[in-house]
Design a protein. Structure first.
Length: 756
């Protein structure tokens, strides 16, 4: 199905026809979520809307993605449902604005920091009283006064902590319960118990009332500290996108009315002539129309060596012009540029869900009501057993506070965000969290030969002068290249390029004649030169019988061997082949070391296929040769039918069906747009070692997610019973809850430092 962009300035949408239904996808930001129960609640609300087929809400990325029937509902209606429930739904910007995104993050971090500082200042005297009682420290009597403690605790509870009451109200109004409900219930229980004991409970002369103001205030302070640290850590998870955005040029120099004008990059339109000087960033994608230069494309390909450019060559926005000045015609601007597409893929991946998150989502959906029930049972049990209402309330408070599902909700999405960001920094673009998860399950990897294992273009591999001719190998190559200058055949062009690589000068040629299917002939340096196959030599009366063994040996190696002759004398052989990429052998060895089966697929003949396979270390029984483009998908399916999980790697249009058929499709980014569209993972650097890195990153990310989920589940499964048994002080519970989510995000951030 072909996707087409809907013109909608308010929300990111995509639509396509599916039968009689106009299926569409809407993406928008969701604000106000504080834990996994929030995202699960918003998800349930969206899924209940008529016409919605699927909804995903990502807590860490604060984004919703909804697939719906456009004939029944609309993106605006979906956003209205979210807004009505008490959360905020905002459209995504048409283009990624790195400065605005960073400012929003910084603003949230400042807000959390200021709230924590105010809460800490007001809670410090109360905490001091608690420590004084524990360690019998001498403190001013005024700090023990109930009214003084009330004065410190009340602003923390109802001004600093108002966001918890507000969030709880929104959550309950929408028919769900979240972390704010637990915090509001727990701290309110401790606070109002203290208020009762301060103002209403009968007092015994000379005995201080039992106060728990420090519990409610310090719990709120610790939770705010956790939120502040979490906001800082979460800001780092999207650092990869900020780095990508930072690559973009801010302005462009365009020619309008025969004048050069500096304009913001957003004002460049397709067809504009853009001027680029040495050392400047290329602002948008285009095609050179005047001038030559070399361009640093390392941000795209990973290759540090600049690429020579001349009129007719394409250039990519955000790459750097090194030496010469040139002009180019803008062909892709705004959201259509290569960099914008890369950023979009990374954003979509970071906002997506991995299948492993389903378990956490299922638990989060019922978690808070279950915890409230456990807290109620805790209160009743302690009251019935001891008759001490205060102790029952404190233990109930500990259960409510320790049970926050924040860590559960952040366990998967934070790792996905960091993992996909790490991939983007290394030229590996995952289209979604599910593909990042699936890559670690791969058992077999099928590699397309041409352009994947090999460079995809012929090059001179052997120059063999015969002993019957006294010339050198370089002289033989010059003779052949001189007459091939006028040839458009790829083999002829390969011979010409072979002399350029050796710094050899060619002689002029005349009388060029191409003999289809046989070779060419022309005159150069006063001699008639023939370059071609056996048939050409036989027709021209050249005796090649003594040299057939050498010829056949080269052909057995999968090379195209061309004979060079002059005046009915064979001078030598020049062999041309599609050469193996330098890193292919090493990458294939690494894949095997990971326990993966490695296969090669090609349309070439068996002789060439076996030769290439032998060079790179692929077993002969793992070679698919003479496979027609339309049958590549069948080869992939054959392995899948055998119960194997298969990854397909290719770069051409004819690889697209096979990429789509595989469990995981990896497109070499230097290939075609069609291949990249059909693939699940794009390897921007065209380097076979990126396959190893992609699979290794998948393993590391999934291990990180499992670590997070393990600790999140263990934390709650152990913390709740301990609190219910009265073995956990509410303040300690608040500290543990606050730092549980911080520990999960911090663990996810470790992925930024791993080597892939």
């Amino acid at each position: 199905m072909d996707d087409k962009q809907r013109a909608n300035p308010t929300v990111s949408t995509t639509s396509h026809k599916a039968g009689s239904a106009d299926m569409a996808k809407a993406e928008f930001r969701v604000g106000g979520m504080t834990c996994a129960a929030c995202s699960a609640g918003v998800e349930r609300m969206l899924q209940r809307v008529p016409g919605v087929h699927q909804a995903h809400v990502n807590l860490a990325a604060e984004r919703a993605a909804v697939h719906y029937d456009a004939a029944v509902t609309s993106a605006e209606a979906l956003m209205a449902v979210v807004n009505k429930s008490g959360y905020t739904a905002e459209p995504l910007p048409a283009e990624v604005d790195g400065d605005r995104e960073q400012e929003a993050r910084a603003s949230e971090i400042r807000r959390q920091k200021n709230l924590f500082i105010v809460a800490a200042i007001l809670s410090a005297p109360l905490l001091l009283v608690m420590l004084g009682m524990i360690f019998n420290l001498p403190l001013p009597e005024i700090l023990h006064a109930p009214l003084v403690q009330f004065a410190f605790a009340t602003p923390v509870q109802f001004i600093v902590g108002w966001s918890f009451y507000k969030g709880a109200y929104k959550s309950l109004r929408s028919g769900s319960a979240n972390m704010d409900v637990l915090v509001a219930l727990g701290t309110s229980a401790a606070y109002f118990l203290s208020v009762y004991n301060t103002f209403f409970a009968p007092t015994i002369p000379g005995q201080m009332p039992h106060l728990y103001f420090e519990s409610s205030a310090v719990i709120i302070t610790l939770i705010l500290l956790g939120k502040y640290l979490e906001a800082r850590a979460k800001g780092k998870t999207s650092e990869a996108i900020r780095k990508l955005i930072g690559l973009q040029a801010k302005t462009a120099r365009v020619v309008r009315n025969e004048q050069e004008l500096d304009v913001p990059i957003a004002e460049v339109v397709v067809g504009d002539i853009v001027v680029v000087r040495p050392g400047e960033k290329i602002p948008v994608d285009g095609e050179i129309v005047q001038g030559t230069s070399s361009v640093d494309e390392s941000m795209l390909t990973g290759e540090s060596i600049p690429v020579d450019k001349e009129p007719g060559d394409s250039v990519v926005g955000a790459t750097i012009n090194k030496h010469g000045a040139f002009r180019f015609r803008a062909t892709k601007v705004g959201a259509d540029t290569a960099l914008a597409q890369i950023i979009k893929i990374v954003e979509d991946a970071q906002g997506s869900k991995a299948p492993i998150q389903r378990l956490a989502d299922t638990i989060a959906g019922v978690f808070v009501p279950v915890v409230v029930a456990i807290a109620a049972v805790t209160f009743i049990a302690w009251y019935l057993l001891t008759g001490n209402a205060e102790q029952a309330i404190i233990n109930m408070t500990a259960v409510l506070v320790i049970a926050c599902p924040c860590a559960l909700g952040l366990a998967t999405p934070t790792s996905i965000m960091v993992g996909t960001g790490k991939g983007a920094e290394n030229g590996i673009l995952f289209k979604g969290g599910e593909h990042l998860e699936n890559a670690q399950r791969v058992q077999d990897v099928i590699l397309d030969k041409t352009g994947t294992i090999t460079k995809g273009e012929p090059a001179v591999t052997d120059v063999v002068p015969f002993s019957t001719w006294q010339g050198t190998a370089d002289q033989l190559l010059v003779l052949a290249a001189s007459v091939e200058q006028a040839s458009e055949h790829p083999l002829g062009q390969a011979i010409v390029k072979g002399t350029q690589g050796r710094g050899l000068e060619l002689s002029p040629a005349e009388g060029f004649q191409a003999i289809p299917g046989h070779g060419i002939m022309a005159q150069t340096a006063g001699r008639q030169i023939l370059v071609g196959n056996r048939k050409l030599m036989q027709e021209q009366g050249v005796n090649i019988e003594p040299h057939l063994v050498t010829l056949e040996q080269l052909e057995e190696q999968g090379k195209t061997a061309m004979l060079v002759a002059s005046e009915q004398q064979a001078l030598g052989i020049i062999a041309v082949a599609d050469t193996v990429k330098e890193e292919s052998t090493r990458a294939i060895a690494d894949l095997k070391a990971m326990g993966l089966g490695v296969y090669m697929i090609t349309g070439d003949n068996w002789r060439t296929a076996r030769s290439i396979a032998e060079q790179v270390g692929i077993e002969q029984e793992h070679v698919f040769a003479e496979v027609l483009p339309e049958h590549k998908a069948e080869a992939v399916q054959k392995l899948r039918d055998a119960g194997r999980r298969v990854a397909m790697v290719g770069d051409g249009i004819n690889d697209a069906p096979a990429l789509a058929t595989a469990d995981v499709g990896l497109a070499i980014g230097t290939g075609t747009d069609v291949a990249m569209e059909a693939a699940d993972i794009t390897l921007m650097r065209g380097n076979l070692e990126s396959i190893v890195s992609a699979i290794r990153l998948s393993h590391l990310t999934m291990r990180n997610i499992k670590q997070n989920l393990f600790w999140a589940f263990l934390y709650n499964s152990l913390g709740i019973p301990v609190a219910a048994l009265g073995l956990l002080n509410p303040v300690v519970a608040g500290a543990a809850m606050a730092f549980s989510s911080v520990s999960v995000v911090t663990n996810a951030l470790r992925l930024r430092t791993v080597r892939i």
